[in-house]
Design a protein around this ligand. Sequence first.
Ligand SMILES: [Zn+2]
Length: 156
Amino acid sequence: MAIRLSREERAASSNRGATQLPPLSPAFLHEADAANWAHQEIGQRRDIEYGGVIVRDPTGQYFATRPVAGKGMQFDLLAVVGTGNDGYYLQPPGYTCVASYHSHPAQHEKMLQRNLTFDVRMAKAALGFLSGADFYRDVHDRSFFPSSYLSGPDDP
Ligand SMILES: [Zn+2]
């Protein structure tokens, strides 16, 4: 189980998040195909971040949750999964989480304003990679979400 928050934060933040999964994709034999389905669903919706999780059922089939829109510019996994009394993520009944996914919005102008040394190519590249916060969360939550998938606004 992944520790979502510090001990103090866990005490104040237990029993949060979603109580049931969003609607699921069709079944896939491979995790990456479920992730691809999710990013195809997001497609050109690049106004804000979208995200979700990839789950496996007891027969070994994979499903992606339908992409959920983030609030503001950030997607929070608690829109899709919940935490228990101890502040740890809870597995959704009947499934095991195997990955998280999210998209990056087309924030090229904001990226250029915040990073004065960036040119347009650098802004595109930065939006196509995990951010520092993404990387921290993915490492932190790796026992609950062994993989994570990202799509950027300039993906083909
Ligand atoms: Zn991100």
